[in-house]
Design a protein around this ligand. Structure first.
Ligand code: TXA
Ligand code: MG
Length: 295
């Protein structure tokens, strides 16, 4: 079943049931080396699935759960190997969505859920995104409306007691550092990724995406789709244009990012031209997704 969260829609199954979890991998066409995030109802519940929660992790949970933060923590054996791809850490997250929190509270098990999209494609932020791509593969979509945050959770682990951000996401690095002090950001890895969200090409539309100075790029292409941050560009070469946030809000831009990429991907353009947004707060996650969409 697909479930809403504040970040993106997830494709959920009983995290403690190998047969149920296998169905997720099949529906998404996801490689088995890519571990799944386990969704829990509270920090208290996280203790049932992690052997040892470091102090920093506990502080982060207290401050930011429910919210767009996944913590990589030493797992208990109750979590099947399939969920962690055999790794000794499990990714735990408490999502900030009333409907899904209600669901988690009514269940006696946590929910493993990757984003509800075919492997490698842009994550879904509405029920119809899920239905477009996985409608035939799954039975239910819990309709919780449009996702508020719009980019996936930030993934944080710990190496020698230092927090490491493995995937930039809906919780800014600045917010994390306000609790833990300086964090290491280790989000690109070409081979053997700690988190496949780190693979260089991921979150990608089918159409070619180029990032740069849009006016410059426009010189070389026609039948163009433009995805800009604040500015509206004018050129007869532009077939379709989406401005992420005319007021310059990074929160609004993140919220609209994936649905805008999907819309341009579906439209009648030959190429998508886009530009980086300011590289602070949620801007870092947006730029990360744009870069991967363009690889
Ligand atoms: O916002 C989100 O995180 C969404 C919603 C549905 O919660 N989920 C999501 O899941 O984006 P997914 O599977 O598309 O991306 C999760 C990333 C993957 O790249 C995976 O490799 C990494 O988290 N991950 C999960 N468990 C891990 C583990 N035990 N060790 C290392 N990486 C892990
Ligand atoms: Mg995903």
């Amino acid at each position: 079943m697909a479930i809403p969260t504040e970040t993106v829609y997830g494709l959920a199954a009983n995290a403690l049931d190998v047969e149920a979890v296998t169905k997720i991998f099949v529906a998404k066409n996801r490689p088995y080396f890519d571990p799944l995030i386990v969704h829990v109802q509270s920090a208290e519940a996280a203790k049932e699935y992690s052997e040892k929660i470091p102090t920093w992790a506990f502080e982060l949970m207290k401050r930011f759960w429910p919210g767009p933060l996944t913590l990589l923590l030493p797992r208990k054996n109750i979590i099947p190997d399939l969920v962690t791809s055999g790794l000794d850490r499990v990714g735990l997250r408490c999502p900030d969505h009333a409907m899904t929190l209600d669901l988690l509270q009514s269940l006696s098990f946590p929910l493993a859920a990757p984003s509800a999209n075919p492997f490698g494609y842009v994550s879904p932020t509405t029920p119809s995104h899920v239905n477009d791509q996985l409608g035939n593969a799954i039975e239910y979509i819990l309709d919780g409306g449009e996702c508020k945050v719009g980019v996936e959770s930030t993934i944080v682990g710990f190496e020698d007691n230092t927090p490491v951000v493995y995937r930039l996401g809906g919780l800014s690095v600045e917010s994390i550092e306000s609790v833990t002090g300086q964090a290491k950001v280790a989000t690109t890895s070409v081979s053997n990724p700690q988190a496949p969200g780190q693979l260089q090409s991921h979150y990608a539309p089918r159409k070619k995406v180029l990032i740069g100075d849009i006016n410059e790029l426009l010189k070389d292409y026609s039948r163009v789709g433009v995805l800009s941050f604040q500015e509206k560009y004018s050129s007869e070469k532009i077939e379709k244009q989406i401005v992420l946030s005319s007021s310059g809000s990074l929160e609004e831009a993140a919220q609209k990012l994936f649905s805008s990429l999907r819309e341009l991907d579906k439209s009648d353009v030959d190429i998508i031209l886009t530009e980086f947004v300011p590289n602070t707060g949620l801007g870092r996650a947006i730029n990360d997704r744009l870069r991967r969409a363009a690889t």
